[in-house]
Design a protein around this ligand. Structure first.
Ligand code: C2E
Ligand code: MG
Ligand code: MG
Ligand code: MG
Length: 280
């Protein structure tokens, strides 16, 4: 009858939920141990100058080599790290490691680090970053931070204070995933950005999709008008690269140039010339 079906369905739902809660708990326990066990590593994806094809630097992207689960995507564990507060120590580890690694690259190259909105809840974030620069010896001008709209939705005064302090250290500030948020345009006016990263969802559909192409063109023009650098992320094809470069974008990042790779591989890439470098 209907009653039985209802109970049955409820039980299935409850079991499913318990399983999910347990899986999450065990992942959380593992996450707490992972830093000490050195299970995290940073991969790097190069960013190139759109006009010359030369390397400008690389974005650091975290990877978790879980002993049983294998490679866990940041999309799956960053939210958990944020909910549990583990993003604090994890984010510091990312910054320290990225700054240390960047020192082994040619001195004109920068490293970009993603910051979580949760890290911005700590008013001491800029002080922590200043300490990491001092400790590692990386000049602030070689560090970029990538932030998303989530960081700007919080206490505006605190975020502004942190961003201004970062800029006095010479650190550049990028707005990641631009175009996907609710009021990206007003944020560009209210916060001190140096760079806009055009979200991959637009880049991926250019040049074929007319609307995406128009959006990429508009963002590139916006960047030029506001004096901000623009980077296209998720560039996979030569056609995308050409279209985006013609529209006046400053920087390219994506599988066309390279997938994210371990430190040894990015160091080797940086020792040679980029696949897009002009040879003339
Ligand atoms: P994101 O910062 O927007 O990074 C770009 C993502 O796009 C990366 O995924 C990168 O591997 C992927 N990607 C780059 N080029 C291409 C391409 O041509 N095609 C395709 N299909 N994908 C491309 P990943 O490494 O899985 O990172 C996902 C997200 O996780 C990042 O998005 C960022 O929001 C977050 N994340 C990664 N590392 C960190 C970190 O150290 N700290 C924090 N807070 N978040 C991080
Ligand atoms: Mg990013
Ligand atoms: Mg992005
Ligand atoms: Mg993203």
């Amino acid at each position: 009858g209907a009653k039985e079906d209802g109970r049955g369905r409820y039980r299935v739902f409850e079991d499913g939920m318990n399983a999910r809660i347990q899986a999450r708990r065990s992942l959380e326990v593992d996450l707490r141990r992972a830093i000490a066990r050195q299970e995290f590593t940073l991969y790097y994806q190069p960013q190139v100058d759109a006009r010359t094809g030369a390397y400008d630097g690389a974005e650091a992207l975290i990877r978790w080599h879980h002993p049983e689960r294998g490679l866990v995507s940041p999309v799956d564990f960053i939210p958990l790290a944020e909910e549990t507060g583990l993003i604090g120590p994890l984010g510091e580890w990312v910054l320290r490691t990225a700054c240390t690694d960047a020192l082994t690259w040619p001195a004109n190259l920068t490293v970009a680090v993603n910051l979580s909105p949760v890290q911005f809840r700590d008013a001491r974030l800029a002080t922590t970053i200043r300490g990491i620069l001092a400790e590692t010896g990386l000049p602030g001008s070689r560090l970029e931070v990538e932030i998303t709209e989530g960081s700007l939705l919080q206490d505006e005064q605190r975020t502004l204070t942190i961003l201004r302090e970062l800029r006095t250290l010479g650190i550049r500030i990028s707005m990641d995933d631009f175009g996907t948020g609710y009021s990206s345009l007003s944020y560009l006016r209210r916060f001190p950005f140096d760079k806009i990263k055009i979200d991959q969802s637009f880049v991926r559909q250019t040049p074929e999709d007319k609307d995406s192409a128009a959006i990429v063109r508009a963002i590139a023009m916006l960047g030029t008008s506001l004096g901000l650098k623009t980077t296209a992320e998720g560039v996979e094809t030569q056609a995308q690269s050409e279209f985006i470069t013609n529209e006046g974008c400053d920087q390219l990042q994506g599988y066309l140039i390279s997938r994210p790779v371990p430190l040894e591989a990015i160091t080797a890439l940086f020792a040679g010339s980029s696949p897009l470098a002009l040879t003339a």
